[in-house]
Design a protein around this ligand. Sequence first.
Ligand code: NAI
Ligand code: NA
Length: 396
Amino acid sequence: MIIEPRMRGFICLTAHPDGAAQSIKNQIEYIKSKGSINGAKKVLVIGASTGFGLASRVTSAFGSGAATIGVFFEKPPVEGKTASPGWYNSAAFEKEAHAAGLYAKSINGDAFSKEIKQQTIDLIKADLGQVDLVIYSLASPVRQHPETGVLHRSVLKPIGGVYTNKTVDFHTGKVSEISIQPAQDGDIENTVAVMGGEDWAMWIDALKAANLLAPGAQTVAYSYIGPSLTEAVYRKGTIGRAKDHLEATAFEITDSLKDIDGKAYVSVNKALVTQASSAIPVIPLYISLLYKIMKEEGLHEGTIEQIQRLYAERLYTGGDVPVDEKGRIRIDDWEMKEDVQQKVATLWEEATTENLAEIGDLKGYRDDFYNLFGFGFDGVDYAADANELVTVESIK
Ligand code: NAI
Ligand code: NA
């Protein structure tokens, strides 16, 4: 069928398999163009189908020739209805990996559950023996706790008071003021339960107990800090508490891996357009101004450029991994440059509906958003019939 973007609010209900395939090809080309990385050879990626996790899978496979197992939660296609974008990404990734002679298998299901952890453990045992890198890149609005059965929902709210600031509807370009009510009873705890470090630690404990972590194994989870402009709703809001928890968990995991000389890191990444970030008020306005400045200064990166730099210039240099005073890897260093942030802050004051298309990169934002769903890629014939019933080779 001919597949077109169909929007509802901030989400796109359709995805394009050929566009997803093109996106994977582009990411692989980029990684190959940067040369090989002396990295891990057996890699588990949790949250492997979109965003930073997908970029990590591509970088491991095509930068270091790694065997990869990817875990994700995506919708397969059904007759007349497209799959979710991460399904098509994973189908395309496996196809490319297999064509290149690389091991790649995927598991589709709830990574927070005991069942999916067990399935992953069984697969590693059967096929890889052990892994030497575990990337933890989940972004989810909900988590059913595997012990209590409680369904926790994460929220994006300020803590302590109402937050009022500018925001943009990136579809219409309308700039307006938005007020977000502060967190109420249970909001902080629930957000920490979903996006904090508990599940990461559960994964690593389970893998270690089954003797599936190789000597010297590393694990990396992703975090965000951002500017003072968004602090009240992001880093000092409910999600920030979850990121504090995630960052603290890295030290606990490192302690638990002492006997195998393993190590856990949090990498602080750049703000980018993903399904998760486009739903956060205020952030799209910040990103459209940030993109404008970073592109002008030749500093712009997408997820694949970020993760390539994480591997090549932080994790696998052959020397010590450089970290900040809190033990975190920083690949948000270019976003956080003082002159970049000063320019964004100035533009922020000026931004209106009338001038945003000019002073901000609204087009870049939209293009990235459509790209997430496989739309807007050069080299894809969108007027042609697409086969939406694409399968992920390893998933029966
Ligand atoms: P994303 O939405 O693109 O990717 C989320 C991944 O998690 C997908 O593979 C999805 O299938 C998987 N997933 C979600 N729920 C699942 C479940 N219950 N079971 C199994 N898999 C599940 O998100 P993105 O943006 O790549 O985020 C990944 C991490 O990076 C998050 O921790 C996020 O906070 C962090 N980050 C994101 C930034 C951004 O600007 N987008 C900036 C810095 C850090
Ligand atoms: Na991800």
